[in-house]
Design a protein around this ligand. Sequence first.
Ligand code: 6PG
Length: 244
Amino acid sequence: PTDAPNGRVDIATDAEAVAQRAASLIAEKVRGSSGPFVIALSGGSTPKRLYQILASDYADLPWDRMQLVFGDERFVPADDSSSNYRMVSEALLSKVDVPSANVHPMPTDGTPADAALRYQGILQRIHGSDTLQPGKPLFDIVLLGLGENGHTASLFPGTDVLNERKAWVGSCTPLDAPHDRLTLTYPAIQSSRLVMFLVAGAGKAEIVAKVRGGDAAQPSTQIRTDGELLWLLDKAAAGERDHA
Ligand code: 6PG
Protein backbone atom coordinates (compact mmCIF):
# COMPACT_ATOMS: atom_id res chain seq x y z
CA PRO A 1 0.00 0.00 0.00
CA THR A 2 0.96 3.64 -0.49
CA ASP A 3 1.79 5.38 2.78
CA ALA A 4 1.16 9.01 3.59
CA PRO A 5 4.72 10.35 3.27
CA ASN A 6 5.03 8.81 -0.20
CA GLY A 7 1.90 10.22 -1.78
CA ARG A 8 2.05 12.40 -4.88
CA VAL A 9 2.04 16.16 -4.20
CA ASP A 10 0.16 18.75 -6.18
CA ILE A 11 0.75 22.39 -5.21
CA ALA A 12 -1.87 25.03 -6.04
CA THR A 13 -1.62 28.78 -5.52
CA ASP A 14 -3.98 29.18 -2.57
CA ALA A 15 -6.83 27.54 -0.67
CA GLU A 16 -9.33 28.51 -3.36
CA ALA A 17 -7.20 26.82 -6.02
CA VAL A 18 -6.88 23.70 -3.83
CA ALA A 19 -10.68 23.50 -3.56
CA GLN A 20 -11.10 24.07 -7.32
CA ARG A 21 -8.54 21.39 -8.13
CA ALA A 22 -10.18 18.92 -5.74
CA ALA A 23 -13.60 19.57 -7.27
CA SER A 24 -12.39 18.99 -10.81
CA LEU A 25 -10.55 15.82 -9.80
CA ILE A 26 -13.62 14.43 -8.04
CA ALA A 27 -15.76 15.24 -11.09
CA GLU A 28 -13.25 13.52 -13.38
CA LYS A 29 -13.23 10.37 -11.22
CA VAL A 30 -17.02 10.25 -10.93
CA ARG A 31 -17.53 10.76 -14.68
CA GLY A 32 -14.93 8.10 -15.43
CA SER A 33 -16.76 5.54 -13.28
CA SER A 34 -19.93 3.53 -13.59
CA GLY A 35 -22.16 2.25 -10.81
CA PRO A 36 -22.10 3.45 -7.23
CA PHE A 37 -19.36 5.94 -6.31
CA VAL A 38 -18.57 6.15 -2.60
CA ILE A 39 -16.95 9.31 -1.18
CA ALA A 40 -15.96 9.85 2.45
CA LEU A 41 -16.33 13.57 3.21
CA SER A 42 -14.21 15.58 5.62
CA GLY A 43 -14.93 18.65 7.69
CA GLY A 44 -12.98 21.90 7.69
CA SER A 45 -12.84 25.16 5.79
CA THR A 46 -11.12 24.11 2.55
CA PRO A 47 -13.52 21.16 2.11
CA LYS A 48 -16.44 23.53 2.75
CA ARG A 49 -15.30 25.61 -0.20
CA LEU A 50 -14.89 22.40 -2.23
CA TYR A 51 -18.52 21.43 -1.47
CA GLN A 52 -19.73 24.89 -2.49
CA ILE A 53 -17.87 24.58 -5.79
CA LEU A 54 -19.31 21.12 -6.41
CA ALA A 55 -22.79 22.53 -5.76
CA SER A 56 -22.37 25.52 -8.06
CA ASP A 57 -20.16 24.24 -10.89
CA TYR A 58 -20.80 20.49 -10.86
CA ALA A 59 -24.52 20.26 -10.16
CA ASP A 60 -24.79 18.08 -13.29
CA LEU A 61 -22.72 15.23 -11.84
CA PRO A 62 -24.62 11.94 -11.57
CA TRP A 63 -25.45 12.58 -7.90
CA ASP A 64 -27.90 9.67 -7.90
CA ARG A 65 -24.92 7.30 -8.28
CA MET A 66 -22.96 8.86 -5.42
CA GLN A 67 -22.96 7.50 -1.90
CA LEU A 68 -21.88 10.27 0.47
CA VAL A 69 -20.47 9.06 3.76
CA PHE A 70 -18.52 10.87 6.46
CA GLY A 71 -14.90 10.40 7.46
CA ASP A 72 -15.47 11.79 10.90
CA GLU A 73 -17.96 13.67 13.02
CA ARG A 74 -18.25 15.53 16.27
CA PHE A 75 -20.64 13.77 18.66
CA VAL A 76 -23.14 16.60 18.58
CA PRO A 77 -26.71 16.90 17.22
CA ALA A 78 -26.94 17.30 13.44
CA ASP A 79 -28.03 20.93 13.78
CA ASP A 80 -25.08 21.91 16.01
CA SER A 81 -22.85 24.58 14.46
CA SER A 82 -19.82 22.25 14.80
CA SER A 83 -21.50 19.31 13.00
CA ASN A 84 -19.76 18.26 9.79
CA TYR A 85 -23.09 16.95 8.53
CA ARG A 86 -24.65 20.36 9.03
CA MET A 87 -21.80 22.04 7.14
CA VAL A 88 -22.04 19.58 4.22
CA SER A 89 -25.84 19.95 4.18
CA GLU A 90 -25.64 23.70 3.92
CA ALA A 91 -22.80 23.82 1.39
CA LEU A 92 -23.80 20.91 -0.84
CA LEU A 93 -26.69 18.60 -0.01
CA SER A 94 -29.34 21.32 0.02
CA LYS A 95 -28.20 22.45 -3.43
CA VAL A 96 -27.80 19.31 -5.57
CA ASP A 97 -30.12 16.49 -6.55
CA VAL A 98 -28.72 13.78 -4.34
CA PRO A 99 -31.33 11.29 -3.09
CA SER A 100 -31.47 11.34 0.71
CA ALA A 101 -31.04 7.54 0.69
CA ASN A 102 -27.52 8.16 -0.70
CA VAL A 103 -26.46 10.42 2.18
CA HIS A 104 -25.15 8.73 5.30
CA PRO A 105 -24.51 10.98 8.31
CA MET A 106 -22.73 9.44 11.28
CA PRO A 107 -25.23 8.77 14.10
CA THR A 108 -24.71 10.97 17.16
CA ASP A 109 -27.19 9.49 19.59
CA GLY A 110 -26.71 6.82 22.26
CA THR A 111 -23.07 6.27 23.20
CA PRO A 112 -20.17 7.06 20.84
CA ALA A 113 -19.03 3.40 20.89
CA ASP A 114 -22.48 2.15 19.95
CA ALA A 115 -22.88 4.84 17.26
CA ALA A 116 -19.53 3.78 15.77
CA LEU A 117 -20.75 0.20 15.57
CA ARG A 118 -23.98 1.28 13.91
CA TYR A 119 -22.08 3.35 11.35
CA GLN A 120 -19.86 0.39 10.57
CA GLY A 121 -23.08 -1.53 9.82
CA ILE A 122 -24.16 1.23 7.41
CA LEU A 123 -20.79 1.09 5.63
CA GLN A 124 -21.01 -2.70 5.42
CA ARG A 125 -24.41 -2.43 3.74
CA ILE A 126 -23.04 0.08 1.21
CA HIS A 127 -20.03 -2.16 0.62
CA GLY A 128 -22.18 -5.27 0.28
CA SER A 129 -19.81 -7.15 2.56
CA ASP A 130 -18.56 -7.10 6.13
CA THR A 131 -14.96 -7.76 5.21
CA LEU A 132 -12.34 -5.55 3.56
CA GLN A 133 -10.30 -6.91 0.68
CA PRO A 134 -7.54 -5.11 -1.23
CA GLY A 135 -9.16 -5.85 -4.63
CA LYS A 136 -12.54 -4.38 -3.64
CA PRO A 137 -12.10 -0.94 -2.08
CA LEU A 138 -14.73 0.36 0.32
CA PHE A 139 -14.26 3.96 -0.86
CA ASP A 140 -13.66 5.46 -4.28
CA ILE A 141 -12.37 8.63 -2.61
CA VAL A 142 -11.51 9.49 0.99
CA LEU A 143 -11.10 13.23 1.64
CA LEU A 144 -8.83 14.10 4.54
CA GLY A 145 -7.58 17.25 6.23
CA LEU A 146 -4.55 17.67 8.45
CA GLY A 147 -4.65 19.22 11.91
CA GLU A 148 -1.72 21.18 13.31
CA ASN A 149 -1.37 18.48 15.99
CA GLY A 150 -0.98 15.81 13.30
CA HIS A 151 -4.53 14.44 13.40
CA THR A 152 -6.52 13.51 10.35
CA ALA A 153 -10.19 12.56 10.20
CA SER A 154 -10.66 12.24 14.00
CA LEU A 155 -7.56 10.11 14.50
CA PHE A 156 -6.19 12.24 17.34
CA PRO A 157 -2.76 11.85 18.98
CA GLY A 158 -2.75 9.71 22.11
CA THR A 159 -6.18 8.08 21.55
CA ASP A 160 -6.88 4.33 21.49
CA VAL A 161 -8.62 4.49 18.13
CA LEU A 162 -5.15 4.79 16.56
CA ASN A 163 -4.56 1.16 17.54
CA GLU A 164 -7.74 -0.15 15.94
CA ARG A 165 -6.88 -2.74 13.31
CA LYS A 166 -10.27 -4.39 12.75
CA ALA A 167 -13.24 -2.09 13.25
CA TRP A 168 -14.03 0.30 10.39
CA VAL A 169 -15.32 3.08 12.65
CA GLY A 170 -14.23 4.10 16.12
CA SER A 171 -14.76 6.82 18.68
CA CYS A 172 -12.37 8.91 20.71
CA THR A 173 -12.17 11.73 23.23
CA PRO A 174 -9.44 14.09 22.00
CA LEU A 175 -7.38 15.77 24.72
CA ASP A 176 -7.50 19.19 23.10
CA ALA A 177 -10.89 19.31 21.37
CA PRO A 178 -14.27 19.94 22.98
CA HIS A 179 -16.38 16.99 21.72
CA ASP A 180 -16.14 13.23 21.51
CA ARG A 181 -15.60 12.16 17.90
CA LEU A 182 -16.50 9.34 15.57
CA THR A 183 -13.95 8.50 12.91
CA LEU A 184 -13.04 6.08 10.19
CA THR A 185 -10.15 3.91 11.35
CA TYR A 186 -6.85 3.26 9.56
CA PRO A 187 -8.00 -0.08 8.05
CA ALA A 188 -11.19 1.50 6.67
CA ILE A 189 -9.32 4.44 5.13
CA GLN A 190 -6.81 2.04 3.62
CA SER A 191 -9.61 0.35 1.68
CA SER A 192 -9.77 3.10 -0.94
CA ARG A 193 -8.98 3.87 -4.57
CA LEU A 194 -7.87 7.42 -3.82
CA VAL A 195 -7.04 9.24 -0.59
CA MET A 196 -6.82 12.99 -0.98
CA PHE A 197 -5.36 15.27 1.71
CA LEU A 198 -6.51 18.88 1.30
CA VAL A 199 -4.25 21.24 3.23
CA ALA A 200 -3.97 25.02 2.99
CA GLY A 201 -2.32 27.85 4.89
CA ALA A 202 1.08 28.70 6.35
CA GLY A 203 -0.06 27.40 9.75
CA LYS A 204 0.07 23.89 8.28
CA ALA A 205 3.57 24.09 6.75
CA GLU A 206 5.34 22.66 9.79
CA ILE A 207 3.04 19.67 10.23
CA VAL A 208 2.99 18.98 6.47
CA ALA A 209 6.80 18.82 6.54
CA LYS A 210 6.73 16.44 9.52
CA VAL A 211 4.21 14.06 8.00
CA ARG A 212 5.77 14.18 4.53
CA GLY A 213 9.12 13.62 6.23
CA GLY A 214 7.79 10.41 7.78
CA ASP A 215 7.55 11.45 11.45
CA ALA A 216 5.93 8.29 12.81
CA ALA A 217 4.55 10.06 15.91
CA GLN A 218 1.99 11.97 13.80
CA PRO A 219 -1.31 10.08 13.31
CA SER A 220 -1.49 11.33 9.70
CA THR A 221 1.83 9.67 8.87
CA GLN A 222 0.19 6.28 9.51
CA ILE A 223 -2.43 6.69 6.78
CA ARG A 224 -2.21 3.99 4.09
CA THR A 225 -4.23 3.33 0.97
CA ASP A 226 -4.48 0.31 -1.28
CA GLY A 227 -4.93 2.84 -4.09
CA GLU A 228 -3.46 6.23 -4.90
CA LEU A 229 -2.52 8.91 -2.38
CA LEU A 230 -2.55 12.58 -3.28
CA TRP A 231 -1.58 15.67 -1.29
CA LEU A 232 -3.33 18.78 -2.57
CA LEU A 233 -1.48 21.67 -0.92
CA ASP A 234 -1.42 25.37 -1.40
CA LYS A 235 1.96 27.09 -1.64
CA ALA A 236 1.83 28.24 1.98
CA ALA A 237 1.17 24.73 3.35
CA ALA A 238 3.89 23.38 1.08
CA GLY A 239 6.32 25.78 2.76
CA GLU A 240 6.95 27.87 -0.33
CA ARG A 241 8.04 31.30 0.80
CA ASP A 242 6.77 33.42 -2.10
CA HIS A 243 3.11 33.04 -1.22
CA ALA A 244 2.59 36.63 -0.07
C1 6PG B 1 -12.83 17.92 10.89
C2 6PG B 1 -11.79 16.91 10.75
C3 6PG B 1 -10.34 17.28 10.79
C4 6PG B 1 -9.93 18.36 9.85
C5 6PG B 1 -8.58 18.91 10.28
C6 6PG B 1 -8.13 20.04 9.40
O1 6PG B 1 -12.56 19.08 11.17
O2 6PG B 1 -13.96 17.48 10.81
O3 6PG B 1 -11.95 16.23 11.91
O4 6PG B 1 -9.56 16.14 10.59
O5 6PG B 1 -9.88 17.88 8.55
O6 6PG B 1 -8.71 19.37 11.60
O7 6PG B 1 -9.10 21.04 9.40
P1 6PG B 1 -8.92 22.34 8.50
O8 6PG B 1 -8.72 21.87 7.10
O9 6PG B 1 -10.20 23.13 8.67
O10 6PG B 1 -7.73 23.04 9.05
